[in-house]
Design a protein around this ligand. Structure first.
Ligand code: TPP
Length: 281
């Protein structure tokens, strides 16, 4: 369903708050994978607040939609989103990645409420999502499964094994989001291991593929609507994004793949977010 103006305003406000919360948790915890968490915020907010059939107060509701964060190092971003969506108290993230906390750097589905699969070793989440999509078929359920992939993660051969299988089994209930921020851990994807033409690759693997601006919520909704009505097999939405989006000194800088922030840097980061989104409350 297209975004109404009111929804758009609300979702942008949520996304801005989430970006600031990610900065805070990174400060409290001593460090996190902040760059790739900031790049995925906009489409994750659209999914969790507009599209996913979920009940945060009943996280194991059988008929829920499921999201697998295949790029599991984005755990800090995912945890902040789940807290803001009402799965658990945000205060718990004061202990993020500390000894004894339920929230490690890579989230554990047995400990962190709302997390569907333990990920972090890249390349495995898509096949877990595919299993859930096939599970829905066996059980005659109408769940949708969303899988969020990193572009660097597409260097993993296992991604392409599951891509091939998803097309073979025509899992139309599986929708992938590729966070195409063009950076991986230590540099641009195209110099580490070139991926282009990445859209043609997914198409060749039989996926209904769309390329969008991953920070434009109107385009995100339009792409999800098309994917949801596509019945011929799995869909991939390639989201062109900016690593570190919102924080000027982090944007497109692979040094911020993982990093810590002292109090002063955290303040600077939040000021930058305010500057980047001046019209969003
Ligand atoms: C199997 C495996 N190999 C290596 C790593 C270490 N690692 C963590 S993040 C990362 C780069 C990921 O790049 P990308 O998927 O583009 O993530 P993003 O830029 O969206 O954060 C690597 C190599 C890992 N987590 N798992």
């Amino acid at each position: 369903m297209p975004l109404t103006e009111q929804e758009h305003k609300e979702l942008k406000t949520i996304a801005k708050k989430i970006r600031k919360d990610i900065v805070d948790v990174t400060h409290w915890s001593g460090g996190s994978h902040i760059g790739g968490s900031l790049s995925m915020v906009d489409f994750m907010v659209v999914l969790y607040w507009k599209y996913m059939r979920i009940d945060p107060k009943n996280p194991s509701w059988e008929d829920r939609d499921r999201l697998v964060l295949s790029k599991g190092h984005g755990g800090v971003g995912h945890a902040v989103i789940l807290a803001n969506r009402g799965y658990f108290d945000f205060e718990l993230l004061k202990e993020f990645n500390q000894f004894g906390s339920a929230f490690g750097m890579h989230l554990d589905s047995k400990k962190a409420t709302g997390v569907e699969a333990s990920t972090g070793s890249m390349g495995h989440g898509l096949s877990q999502a595919l299993g859930m999509a096939l599970g829905a078929r066996v059980l005659k359920k109408d769940w949708k499964i969303y899988a969020v992939l990193g572009d660097g993660e597409c260097n993993e051969g296992s991604i392409w094994e599951s891509a091939m299988a998803a097309n073979h089994y025509k899992t139309s209930n599986l929708i992938g989001f590729l966070d195409r921020n063009h950076m991986m851990i230590d540099g641009p994807t195209e110099s580490v291991m070139s991926l282009e033409p990445i859209d043609k690759k997914w198409e060749a693997f039989g996926w209904y593929t769309q390329v969008i601006n991953g920070h434009d919520m109107v385009q995100i909704c339009d792409a999800i609507d098309k994917a949801l009505t596509h019945n011929g097999g799995p869909s991939m939405i390639i989201c062109d994004t900016i690593k570190g989006k919102g924080v000027d000194f982090m944007e497109n800088n692979p040094a911020w793949h993982y990093g810590g922030l002292n109090a002063e840097q955290a303040e600077k980061a939040k000021l930058s977010i305010d500057k980047m989104y001046p019209d969003v409350p």
